[in-house]
Design a protein around this ligand. Structure first.
Ligand SMILES: CCCCC/C=C/CC(=O)SCCNC(=O)CCNC(=O)[C@H](O)C(C)(C)COP(=O)(O)OP(=O)(O)OC[C@H]1O[C@@H](n2cnc3c(N)ncnc32)[C@H](O)[C@@H]1OP(=O)(O)O
Length: 381
């Protein structure tokens, strides 16, 4: 006998077992097991109605007619599942197996041929990001660990695309995190080293436009956006955190915005969000005086929502995120809009002003010198 996993979650259902020896009438054991495996590969959510049908057929096929007490009126989910199973009581187990196989086949074929199905647009195009959607969570992962996930010009464009895609896909929440030991070391300083054809002014103007669109993608993001800060974070990867809904950090993460040290000025709407989150004085220590703060300090300042021990960070955070992703998506998105919409106009104006100031800064001797210093002397921040 083999344990059977739950049709929608893949988790083992205690006490539910399938006889895997001998042929089943109608659908074979193999057909049934294949259908079960194919269910996990569906890319599109078939919707609650179909999921209830799948659940009921599965229970009927493996356990026969519904034999558990009816859940209470307020236990909506379990009552819906119980009703769906109960409605099949006149269907034989063999027939239920066949119907289960047929239903999964029809869902798979509606998605098109397995081999020919191209990966989602977002997953195909990205060079420096890993984007996955699983368990209702779209995860956008900075993926240049050898360069501490520094953001190149192409990577900004990829991040904008990934955020636009995640905002529209079937996921319930979106998570941003880093590969390797850093969350992100901010802007790739090489972005300002090669002088393009149009000259340095054009480079600054184009970079400004790109940055404006990048920050705009966070301001306008329609679903809950969560940062899983797996290590040190610098520059623009820290400033945009004020536009996230929740920020979870591992204990050893640090948060550093060394703008004046680089001859630059704040972006990511941090000139507005940081004073609002932590007060003017604390914001000034970070944004003017380059103060690097620990995860616990950032949490006390309100920039980080919660800090987790390094050893259990990933397991604790992902368990929590998977539970969040089971909440009703529309309710989450609408609640986020209520919290954020009042400030959107203000944030766009702040973004515009910060970019305008940065375009000037990028052309300044102070900024050029700081970037040269990094590549010549490689000082560690
Ligand atoms: C469209 C444009 C928008 C612009 C928006 C503006 C944003 C402002 C900012 O983001 S300011 C912050 C900028 N970031 C920095 O100044 C960080 C610079 N890097 C460092 O200080 C260090 O590298 C470190 C502290 C991040 C990590 O130090 P560590 O000793 O652990 O590792 P290495 O220095 O050996 O790094 C490994 C390789 O990665 C390269 N690298 C790391 N970060 C950056 C970066 N931000 N830009 C470019 N390159 C970076 C580093 O040079 C090493 O490369 P190498 O192996 O070829 O030597």
């Amino acid at each position: 006998m083999a344990n059977i996993s739950h049709p929608s979650t893949g988790a083992s259902i205690p006490g539910v077992q399938l006889h895997t020896t001998g042929a089943l009438m109608g659908a074979s054991v193999e057909d049934f097991n294949n259908a079960k495996a194919q269910l996990g590969t569906l890319k599109k959510d078939p919707g609650n109605h179909v999921k209830l049908k799948i659940y009921a057929l599965f229970k009927q096929a493996t356990q026969g007619p519904c034999n558990t007490p009816k859940p209470g009126m307020l236990d909506f989910v379990n009552k819906a599942k119980w009703d769906a199973w109960k409605s099949l009581e006149s269907v034989s187990q063999e027939e239920a197996r066949q119907q289960y196989v047929d239903l999964i086949k029809s869902l798979v074929s509606a998605e098109g041929p397995a081999v020919a199905t191209p990966p989602p647009e977002s997953a195909q195009a990205f060079q420096s990001l890993l984007v996955t959607t699983e368990d209702g969570i779209t995860t956008i992962r900075f993926n240049r660990p050898e360069k501490k996930n520094a953001i190149t010009l192409d990577m900004y464009k990829e991040l904008i695309d990934a955020l636009h895609h995640a905002g529209k896909d079937d996921s319930v929440i979106t998570v941003m995190t880093g590969s390797g030991d850093f969350y992100c070391s901010g802007n790739d300083l090489n972005n300002f080293t090669g002088i393009p054809q149009g000259g340095i002014e054009k480079m600054a103007k184009d970079s400004g436009e790109l940055l404006k669109h990048y920050v705009k993608a966070y301001i306008d993001f329609p679903k809950p956006l969560i940062a899983v800060v797996n290590g040190p974070a610098l520059g623009v990867s820290v400033t945009v955190l004020g536009l996230f809904d929740v920020v979870y950090a591992t204990e050893s993460a640090t948060f550093h915005t060394p703008f004046s040290q680089l001859g630059q000025s704040p972006e990511g709407c941090s000139s507005y969000t940081f004073p609002k989150i932590m007060g003017n004085a604390k914001a000034s220590e970070m944004l003017l005086f380059n103060k690097k703060v620990t995860a616990t300090e950032a949490c006390n300042l309100g920039l980080v929502t919660e800090v987790f021990p390094d050893g259990s960070f990933q397991s604790e955070v992902w368990t929590r995120l998977k539970a969040y992703a089971k909440l009703p998506p529309k309710s989450l998105a609408l609640s986020k809009q209520l919290i954020r919409s009042k400030e959107k106009e203000k944030l766009h104006a702040v973004n515009d002003a910060e970019v305008e100031r940065l375009i000037e800064r990028w052309l300044s001797d102070e900024c050029m010198q700081a970037i040269m210093n990094f590549f010549q002397a490689k000082p560690k921040l």
